[in-house]
Design a protein around this ligand. Structure first.
Ligand SMILES: [Zn+2]
Length: 163
């Protein structure tokens, strides 16, 4: 698996093999720790990695608004073909958005709402996000409560969506 990381010194994106421990920035020579670096994008496909690097380099020079759209377009384009591309930071982005509000009930709802953007979500997907937030309730409890109060509904067996 390959990934794209951004140099902590010069902000240039570079592709790395995710099995390597460290790498050197080809632009400024800084030593980068792959294990602690934020992985912006992951793929088995080196062409997709190069394309993602281009997009990320464009984004760090000040076109942040185009970054998300470009990444999701890249993901859409590649995902149906082989299913191996993933936007590594999507889950982190949702958790971050949820943790910005002060109350746990709102946080749980924000996660459900964000996951509903792509249609419905599964109990497992919700569980994974709730575990990342390390909140006071477990995912099953929260989902059942939201179902009971009509905040979410189940469009089909095992799938949920914000009403
Ligand atoms: Zn650098």
């Amino acid at each position: 698996m390959y990934g794209v990381i951004v140099c902590s010194e010069c902000r240039k994106a570079r592709g790395v093999s995710l099995s390597s421990k460290s790498t050197q920035c080809t632009h400024c020579g800084a030593k980068l720790d792959v294990r602690t670096a934020k992985i912006m994008f992951k793929s088995e496909d080196q062409a997709a990695i190069r394309e993602a690097m281009g997009i990320i380099n464009a984004a760090v020079v000040g076109r942040e608004d185009e970054f998300e759209a470009a990444i999701s377009k890249l993901q859409e384009k590649a995902a149906p073909k082989d299913g191996i591309l993933e936007y590594a930071d999507e889950e982190a982005r949702i958790v971050e958005a949820a943790m910005k509000v002060p109350d746990w009930p709102d946080r749980y709802l924000i996660v459900a709402r964000e996951l509903s953007r792509k249609g419905s979500f599964t109990r497992e997907e919700y569980q994974e996000m709730v575990e990342r937030m390390k909140g006071p309730f477990d995912a099953d409890e929260v989902l059942d409560q939201m179902l009971g109060s009509g905040m979410i509904f189940s469009p089909k067996e095992g799938h949920y969506q914000v009403a």
